[in-house]
Design a protein around this ligand. Structure first.
Ligand SMILES: Cc1cc2nc3c(=O)[nH]c(=O)nc-3n(C[C@H](O)[C@H](O)[C@H](O)COP(=O)(O)O)c2cc1C
Length: 354
């Protein structure tokens, strides 16, 4: 489990974060990624949307924007991987530098702006996968597109055949106007257009469930609107949450904290878990939720699950701890479940609300 983790990590941490990320992707593409032993832990297997996840711990969007290394990341022991955000056309994103580490806080700030090679390249990559592990496809819109719904529809039509689930991402802070699409009417339009495109593409075949990924910075009225829309429109799930534009007072890397962009990692844990618990209550536990934001240990993952997450994702903690974190999180999560007398993940989902 150690090529990237034990030898390369200290070196990668000395590099500019984006260069380090690109080297990691190159190593994964070259087959140098760590391989987890097939250590199925029955306690961690969980069924959501009629799919069996070998564990509830997945990779969140942004790491593999072009769907180049989904299988290599599944090989590290993750239960599922979300690729993207993918836009219809290729785009460069914002000027560099645009990723910043906050090492004292265990945080990351990014303002990438959906840099990606576009849906045709992603589709080609997904068509050449070698494993059958679960892969979600996260859809975004191009910066210059005015009719946002058409971009999500075009993306859904092209990529549904390769997706175990689809995500409408309306919560990244680095595309002007994107988060305004979380407004009730805008979101309803996007969902209708995306569902139509998905259904057209899939015909009689299995249709990937549709999820919406939300920001942690929504106010109570926004959350109430999204919860009722989710229930009314039969949206299959919500991902809570994307990065935050807020900056907690407790941040120690004060200078870097002034950079524009979305903050992720440890400083996001409290806020994103509070919003997750809130959304779970508002949706009455009826909608599967993916909890993401600040997870760096099995205990963190367990907190998300107790707060209402059926599945958990992480990204920033991997920047600091490397892939050896994944087996550790699974082991710790399994211990947390067994300590509290749960036989499986499903039994613990939303336990804090009972
Ligand atoms: C460098 C970077 C790029 C990201 N890009 C995306 C993206 O393209 N689409 C998306 O939905 N989320 C993106 N995210 C947000 C993550 O998927 C996740 O929601 C957020 O980072 C919180 O999780 P974490 O604290 O474990 O990193 C990105 C995060 C980082 C750090």
């Amino acid at each position: 489990m150690s090529v990237l983790a034990d030898f390369a990590l200290p070196f990668l941490r000395c590099l500019d974060p984006e260069k380090a990320h690109n080297m990691t992707l190159a190593a994964l593409k070259a087959g140098l990624g760590p391989k987890a032993f097939a250590d199925e832990d029955g306690r961690l297997v969980t069924k959501v949307w009629d799919m069996y996840f070998p564990s509830p711990i997945g990779l969140s969007a942004g790491f593999d924007k072009n769907a180049e290394v989904a299988d290599a990341m599944l090989d590290t022991g993750l239960g599922f991987v979300e690729v993207g955000s993918i836009t219809p056309k290729a785009q460069d994103g914002n000027p560099k530098p645009r990723i910043f580490r906050l090492p004292k806080d265990g945080g990351v700030i990014n303002r990438l702006g959906f840099n990606n090679k576009g849906m045709h390249v992603a589709a080609k990559n997904l068509a050449h996968r070698y494993s059958s592990g679960i892969v979600g496809v996260n859809l975004g819109k191009n910066k210059t597109t005015e009719d946002a719904a058409s971009d999500y529809a075009v993306g859904a039509e092209k990529l549904s055949p390769f997706a175990d689930y689809l995500v409408i991402n309306v919560s990244s802070p680095n595309t002007p106007g994107l988060r305004a699409l979380q407004d009730k009417d805008e979101l309803a339009n996007l969902v209708i257009a995306t569902l139509e495109a998905r259904d057209k593409a899939m015909g009689e075949k299995r249709k990937p469930p549709l999820l919406v990924k939300i920001a942690p910075d929504l106010n109570s009225d926004d959350l109430s609107d999204i919860a009722s829309l989710t229930l009314d429109m039969n949206i299959d799930g919500l991902i809570v949450s994307n990065t935050t534009i807020s900056r907690p007072d407790s941040l120690k890397d004060k200078k870097t904290a002034e950079e524009t962009g979305g903050l992720s990692g440890k400083p996001l844990m409290e806020l994103s878990t509070d919003v997750l618990a809130d959304v779970y209550k508002r949706t009455g536990g009826k909608i599967p939720l993916i909890g993401v934001g600040g997870v760096a240990s099995g205990q963190d993952a367990y907190r998300k699950i107790r707060a209402g997450a059926s599945l958990v994702q992480l990204y920033s903690a991997l920047v600091y701890h490397g892939p050896s974190l994944i087996p550790r999180i699974k082991r710790e999560l399994s211990e947390c479940l067994s300590k509290d007398g749960f036989e499986n993940v499903g039994q613990a989902v939303g336990a804090d609300h009972r």
